[in-house]
Every structure is written in structure tokens, then in C-alpha cells.
Write a protein that binds this ligand. Structure first.
Ligand SMILES: N[C@@H](CCC(=O)N[C@@H](CS)C(=O)NCC(=O)O)C(=O)O
Length: 266
């Protein structure tokens, strides 16, 4: 059998979902073998040796054994490896425009994660305001380059594959922070884009229920499989399955529900 590209990943990770979206769009899910890493357990030394000590996932291993890190780099690499029709825009100027939109992904993602992980109720307005300002920047760029929409260009492309998984993770802000985009022209264009990204069938790898349940510990300030004080099991655990657990309490500032209340005890 020909050796495949291997992606080491955490199944519900948004950065890894970008790659799944690309493969779904191409109908090439078989082009990559996904190997699941459980972040609630110590990392396999063999994988740590391959990544030369870094733990962030996804990581791609080529059939030649080369290691590629960073989801945006892997996304672009796989797009080229899979060949035409490329997801990225082939016209240089259009590619520059989509790259400008993609360049806004980092601060946007970081702000949403800091917001959900914030434990100080006095800082909620600050995070909410910062996230809204980043939404307004996206709105402005989209209005300028694609006033009619809903996508940046004529269809779901690379910028959409980058942002859709993050928009879906931000279900955790709707649930735990009551976040919503205000009405009005400052947000209408980005709202239409966000809705189109999230509704696309190639982005259906995760559901709101899954995100809300798995990311409960993030909402209590414990990311990446870390344990919340007083708890023994991470909300990121694979067993019991999230479908068999109740929805967690919305009030993240009231302290943690117990492992039993969260349905985490098998
Ligand atoms: N900038 C990186 C971020 C990757 C990242 O933060 N992945 C998280 C999972 S969603 C992770 O691997 N966390 C575990 C760790 O960093 O040890 C990318 O885009 O690939």
C-alpha cells in the first residue's frame, strides 16, 4: 500500500478541522490518515521526538517522514498536494485578498479563546468589546471586497475553510457568555459570511452540543485537557461519550459542576 500523509490530531480541534474541511470539499478524506492524540494523557515520546519537543497539534507527517506544523501551513501544503482545482485563489491579487482576511484569524481566535477562558466577571465587557471590534474589521474587509457575498469570492474558499471551524468553536461564547452579534450595518456583512461558512456541508464535522460539552473546562479557565480544581476528569475525555452527558451549567462564574453532575463518571 502506498504510504499516506498522516495527521496527528485532537478530533475536536478547530485547527485540525480546517484540514478536514479541505478534504471534505475535495471528496478526498482518504488522502490523509488521521491519528488521534488524547491530550488528557502524557504525550507519546515517539511523537514528541518527531515534533522535536513541541506539543501543539495538528502535525502532518509526509510519506517521506518530513514533519509540517501549523494548521495554516498544512492547509496550504495539502491544497497543493491534492492538486487542481485548488481551494486557494489562483489569481495573485485575489489570493492576496483572501490572505489579508486569513491574516486576521490569529487575533480573532486568540480573543475568543481568552474571552471564554476569562474567570473575572469584571473583564467581560473588555473581551466582548475587543471581539466585536475584530468582527467590525472583518465586516469592513468583506464589505469592501465582496459587498454582495455571502462568500469572499464566488464560493466557499480558503478563507472560509480557515474561519468556519473557529466560528463553530465560538458556540462556546454564545452558551457560556451569552455572546451575540448586534444588529446593524457594522455587523450585517460579517454575520452573512459567518452564517454561510457555518451552514456549508463541508463544515459539519462538529455540532454545537459537542462543542459546548467538551469545552466546559475551557469556560472554567482550564485549556488543553488541563484539570479544573476539585475535578478528576477533563470535559475533553473520550469516555463517557459527550452524547451521553448532560448539557453543562451555563453560569461559568458560579464554579465547577462536579464530575458526576457533568456525566463524566463512566
Ligand atoms: N497555531 C496552531 C495552534 C494549534 C493548537 O493550539 N492546537 C491545540 C489543540 S486545539 C493543541 O494542540 N493543544 C495542545 C498543546 O498545545 O499541547 C495551529 O494553527 O496549528
Amino acid at each position: 500500500m502506498t504510504p499516506k500523509h498522516i495527521v496527528y490530531h485532537i478530533p475536536v480541534c478547530p485547527f485540525s478541522q480546517r484540514l478536514e474541511v479541505l478534504l471534505a470539499l475535495r471528496g478526498r478524506r482518504d488522502a490523509v490518515e488521521f491519528r488521534v492524540v488524547d491530550i488528557t494523557k502524557p504525550r507519546d515520546p515517539a511523537l514528541l521526538a518527531k515534533t522535536r519537543g513541541t506539543t501543539a497539534l495538528p502535525v502532518l507527517e509526509t510519506p517521506d517522514g518530513a514533519i509540517i506544523k501549523e494548521s495554516l501551513v498544512i492547509l496550504r501544503y495539502l491544497d497543493e498536494v491534492l492538486g487542481a482545482p485548488l481551494l486557494r485563489r489562483s489569481d495573485p491579487e485575489e489570493h492576496a485578498v483572501e490572505s489579508m482576511l486569513i491574516a486576521r484569524e490569529g487575533p480573532f481566535t486568540t480573543t475568543g479563546y481568552l474571552f471564554v477562558m476569562n474567570q473575572d466577571p469584571a473583564r467581560r465587557d473588555e473581551f466582548n468589546g475587543k471581539l466585536l471590534s475584530l468582527y467590525r474589521d472583518l465586516n469592513d474587509l468583506l464589505l469592501h471586497h465582496s459587498p454582495e457575498g455571502p462568500y469572499l469570492f464566488d464560493g466557499f474558499g480558503m478563507a472560509e475553510a480557515v474561519f468556519a471551524p473557529i466560528f463553530k468553536r465560538f458556540w462556546f461564547l454564545d452558551y457560556y457568555e451569552g455572546f451575540s452579534l448586534p444588529d446593524g450595518p457594522d455587523y450585517d456583512r460579517v454575520r452573512a459570511w459567518k452564517e454561510a461558512c457555518m451552514a456549508h456541508e463541508a463544515t459539519n464535522q462538529v455540532t454545537e452540543e459537542e462543542i459546548v460539552k467538551l469545552y466546559y473546562d475551557y469556560a472554567l479557565g482550564a485549556g488543553n485537557g488541563a484539570l479544573v480544581e476539585g475535578r478528576k476528569i477533563s470535559s475533553f475525555t473520550f469516555e463517557p461519550h459527550w452524547k451521553d452527558r448532560p448539557w453543562p451549567p451555563r453560569d461559568k462564574y458560579a464554579g465547577s459542576a462536579s464530575d458526576a453532575e457533568l456525566g463524566l463518571i463512566a
